[in-house]
Design a protein around this ligand. Sequence first.
Ligand code: WTA
Length: 668
Amino acid sequence: MATTNVPTSFDSILNEERVFPPPKGFSRLAQIKSLAQYRKLYRESVQSPEKFWSRQAKAELVWFKPWTRTLKWEEPYSKWFIGGQLNVSYNCLDRHLGTARANKAALIWEGEPAAPGKPGEERILTYKQLHYEVCRFANVLKRNGIKPGDRVLIYLPMVPEAAISMLACARIGAVHSVVFGGFSAQSVADRIQDSQAKLVITADGGFRRGAVVPLKQNVDDALVLKDSHGELLTKTIEKVIVLRRTNNEVQFQEGRDLWWHSEVEKVDAHCPAEKMDSEAPLFILYTSGSTGKPKGILHTTGGYLLYAKLTSKYVFDLRDEDVYWCTADVGWVTGHSYVVYGPLANGATSLMYEGAPNFPEPDRFWRIVEKYGVTILYTAPTAIRTFMKWGVEWPQKHDLSSLRLLGTVGEPINPEAWMWYNEFIGGKRCPIVDTWWQTETGGILISPLPGATPTKPGSATLPFFGIVPEVVDDYGRPVPRNSGGKLVIRKPWPGMLRGLWGDPQRYQQVYWGEVEGSYFTGDGSRQDKDGYFWIVGRIDDVLNVAGHRIGTAEVESALVSHQKVAEAAVVGRPDAMKGQALVAFVTVKSGVHADAALREELRLHVAKEIGPVAKPDDIRFAEMLPKTRSGKIMRRLLKQIASGTEIKGDTTTLEDLGVLARLTQVEE
Ligand code: WTA
């Protein structure tokens, strides 16, 4: 039986025939110079994985104590480099200090600009300076009672202190959980409750398009939120460290709240890196799943760092003279692996930008590329489509000739956007690496290697070393080439998640219960005749809105928590700019007037419950939702209604056929 629920919204990629071989000049200087070289290493990596990874771990990382066993695999748990000890911050900082990289820029930071034509604030931290700041802040954490294994929640804007906080946690063995600055007080509280964090690092505010996002206020609100029994949600927070960034007024609670700048005055910069077990937790990062509660993805030390380092080195073909810019926020996994850990472990220069791509003007990115001579740019398809809409005049105002490599991540890239990126940003000379991966995978799993892999617009191409992906049917059997199916990974890899924080059952069920003996990605895919992977997107109830993962169940539960809402169902519809848009079907309680004002009220309510990223694009009021006789909402029908396509498929199980007719007539 063929899998039937794989979406085909990217019909255009089915007919994509264009192939772009790596430019000769690029291959000559690249780490991996040919497809043959890639295939040889790949073969070794999957035939003798332990030998391969053991060699890489020795060559790439500094260990305080060697491991005794490379891999222990007891499905669904893997352990890598057992018995080995190392420190992530040592591998990202200290190891470069005795070398020519000591005074090289580790982080280049560009702040949000004040006005058109004005440059943003700028800060550059060399490896030495970053090491100094990390050591001091690590001592601040220690002074405030943080011990190895304690959880620390980081809720900061895109400023160097975000990276400093992460590295400081890693230095002393604390486990960080970064929460994206666009999430709400409620989301902060939920994550504190789930991770039992002891300390929060935040800022007075963050700048976003000239406005101030009140981060400290959100933390204050989070810390007084109560559950349905009137119990405080968060009981574990002992200290809140506040960075001064926007200078807005904030409330301080005596004994709990501390200024970053005063605390660092109280400590010195001597802070030896803690010797951490290879499998010690490094961070928890929450991501949406197909039920209401976000999942705390757990990553550990040795395997994660090795995987982030090696993928950065080969996929971005990092060289010492590169200025590498990944535009992701550190609140997402891309910011963890490819703004902070991967690049710094390689001794690269990583650029961080605080603001929005169109503030104050739509050429903001291109101004930055020109100003710093960015050589590698890694961004999201949704951003590229937006740049296309704004027009080529914006990139054309700037000299982009420093660029040598482009990358994308977060969702499938449509060939039109790929071609535009290639021509107008890359000047037809830069390879494009379309990198497929997930919060769970720790690093890139499927991607071209830019000097080796011929690319095809819309395909993430071939697996990275050690990765064995396969496209299978509902019974877990491989499907023939060019057929759609579920994307699974057959073998463990060092960067894989080590489970869900505090929820082993859900981990087993969501990732290992779907296809026997394999990690289920939740994505649908197809392999073409050359073995290239074409990812078509999620096949579970998770949407990808502008590259952000949003669980429909999460938005539904936010909607029904509003007093005027009786029931809600959330589905996706294709959107030219964002990939997918969120459409909510809502039935209100009797006596409630469903009007435009309520629609806005509900949108704001979702923003308050989850964050602005989860605001529904459309809210449609309905007197009833289409349900089966057993009471299950028929999302398949709602999806078709939301995207305005003809209702297809079986409707005989529908309880009340009239509901459909009424829903399709909803005026917008
Ligand atoms: C999607 C982001 C197609 C996919 C790193 C995946 C992609 C989810 C690509 C993970 C790509 C990411 N092509 N789809 N190159 N990259 N995705 O956890 O559906 O935020 O499962 O990690 O994004 O999103 P997450």
